[in-house]
Design a binder for this molecule. Sequence first.
Ligand code: ATP
Ligand code: MG
Length: 230
Amino acid sequence: VVDAKTATIEFKDVSFKYINGKPIFNNLTLTIPAGKKIGIVGGSGSGKSTLVRLLFRFFEPQSGHIFINGQNIRDLDLASLRKAIAIVPQDCVLFHDTIFHNLHYGDLSKPHDEVYTASKMAELHDSVQTWPKAYETQVGERGLKLSGGEKQRVAIARAILKDSPIIVFDEATSSLDSLTEHAILQALKAATVGRTSICIAHRLSTVADADEILVLENGSISEKGTHKDL
Ligand code: ATP
Ligand code: MG
């Protein structure tokens, strides 16, 4: 799986609920063909982030199976599964370290110029250049806190660096101004090229360029189609 350049993802009859929680998925079935970009929209609490947690095996479904390139993820070595997926989470956690190290973390074998390239692709570089210490700025230093949009762009840059066959983007809940949203969409476009991509969004317009959009409602897919269809 890790060595595969492309990956097809399948959820087959997946049912899931958290311990003591209400059912989140009821026989959810979906296929994401290799290299395609799928948008997922649905109300708050509909299970969008849960879908990602199942794919990453933070939780296991009570029934049904998830496959990557036909292999049940349950049978995969956890480290290689997670190596195959880059996640841009809703709330990205940064370390008390420099911006450079925050970007570079996880794969210190990457040459430094790749870090800058990823930062540029993620629409982050220009913002960083306006800070007095640029990439040497400590996150947290002198109250420097990144905005939600900047943090998500750090996460996108990390995902670009990870160079995995699968990328998952979970749009931040905080409302972003339209300039920031535009930057994130541009960054996302760069990050998803050629990869099997799952883009979770709050609005259909955010995933207008997806090959297919799935609407998640009451534990399964209530509608699917292109942006034009929906
Ligand atoms: P949002 O758009 O607000 O991010 P979401 O579609 O991503 O929502 P999930 O985070 O997948 O929603 O959560 C689905 C449901 O599961 C919610 O009702 C949530 O409260 C519940 N839930 C999430 N995590 C847990 C957990 N660890 N234990 C129990 N219930 C949980
Ligand atoms: Mg969520």
